[in-house]
Design a protein around this ligand. Structure first.
Ligand code: PEP
Ligand code: MN
Length: 369
């Protein structure tokens, strides 16, 4: 059961205390409080977890701070969209806002190789006014002999350069609890020149112990990739693991599915699932066309397949794109064959903007009375 309090409820008031104490006293019920920052107003949501069948909804609706009460289904309790009016997850992290209505580009290096390339990438992003990037320090690889990422050794220069070039959010994959500590210690030591969005890769979507650890920390938002070989429902449940541990600042990323039919692409692009994720849940949705497509092949119209797929995602309402770039793709240590070059960055940004505008026009077309 979800109890939504009146907007901007002040937790020091008598009304709030009466409401909280009543809910706290309910037998066989555990409470979980979440703050949702909407435009201009703060919403407090209290989840009643446990035997809610015995709870009287009307009694709760009469409590002084309560705006409304929604009975929710068992699935995706916190991240699910349980009624049409439920607002989307909406949060600001390090000055950047994320929700189901806005749009961000996270272009960057799949794997950090050296400070020079990190600098080239970040400088180019700054030139075009971009404040977000992706940088891989911990790389989960199929082959144990492949480059595994520079790990904590590269964090100081990645974060310092991010600060230097005004990058506010760096999406960075973690595969182990220890990586969160390393990131946190390094940022703290440097005086937090930038922010990090913890990425959980497709291979770890059902690493439940990792999900619990990442969900328990509230410092960093999370980008969760869809599992490459599990159902959408299973991947959405993985996201719910994060929220059930207390972190609802979760962005869900579609990155293609592994099937035998995807050839010659790396994965079967699944961006038609964007509206489904938005309908079933309140999470902003990201698309990763680089890992979906996996090549720099172009069609006869002169447009790279990666860009065609990116556009398909944005025009269907994606809120974020994660794309691999590299100053010299043939020298990249991971995923060079799919990386875009820095020369392509301005047109890439323009292409994304054209697609975003088209999405907005489509929404206006279908919602105008
Ligand atoms: C990545 O984004 O670098 C990555 C490894 O992606 P995925 O987990 O989707 O394969
Ligand atoms: Mn990669």
């Amino acid at each position: 059961m979800l109890v939504i309090l009146n907007p901007n409820t002040d937790e020091t008031t008598e009304d709030f205390k009466i409401t909280w104490e009543y809910l706290f006293g309910l037998p066989e019920i555990r409470l979980q409080k979440h703050k949702v920052q909407g435009r201009g107003q703060k919403l407090t949501e209290i989840y009643l977890i446990g035997n809610t069948a015995k709870v009287n909804q009307e009694d709760i609706e009469l409590l002084p701070s309560v705006e409304r009460v929604i009975r929710i289904s068992h699935d995706f309790r916190i991240l699910g969209r349980h009624s049409k009016e439920t607002s989307s997850i909406d949060f600001e992290y390090n000055g950047v806002r994320f929700n189901q209505n806005n749009f961000h580009i996270f272009a960057g290096l799949c794997a950090v190789d050296n400070p020079e390339n990190v600098e080239r990438m970040m400088q180019a992003l700054q030139e075009y006014g971009h404040k977000c990037t992706r940088m891989g320090a911990y790389k989960p690889r199929t082959n144990p002999y492949s480059f595994q990422g520079h790990g904590k050794g590269c964090l100081p220069y990645v974060f310092e350069l991010a600060g230097k070039f005004g990058i506010k959010v760096v999406a960075m994959e973690v595969t182990h609890e220890q990586h969160i500590e390393e990131i946190d210690n390094c940022l703290e030591k440097l005086g937090r020149p930038t922010g990090v969005m913890l990425q959980i890769g497709t291979r770890n979507t059902q690493n439940f112990e990792l999900l619990k650890v990442v969900g328990r920390q509230h410092t960093y938002p999370v980008l969760l990739k869809r599992g490459f070989g599990i159902s959408l429902n299973e991947s959405l449940n993985a996201a719910e693991y994060l929220a059930s541990e207390g972190n609802n600042q979760v962005i869900f990323c579609l990155r293609g599915m592994k099937t035998s039919f995807n050839t010659p692409h790396r994965n079967m692009v699944d961006f038609s699932h964007i509206p489904i994720v938005k309908r079933l849940t309140r999470m902003p949705v990201c698309v990763d066309p680089s890992h979906s497509v996996g090549t720099r092949e172009a069609s006869p119209d002169g447009i790279l397949d990666v860009l065609h797929s990116m556009s398909q995602g944005i025009i269907a309402g994606a809120n974020m794109v994660l794309v691999d770039f590299h100053p010299f793709p043939t020298e990249a240590l991971v995923d060079g064959p799919q990386a875009l070059t820095l020369d392509e960055l301005p047109k890439f940004i323009e292409d994304a903007q054209i697609s975003r505008e088209a999405y907005k026009q489509r929404v206006a077309l279908w919602t105008e009375k």
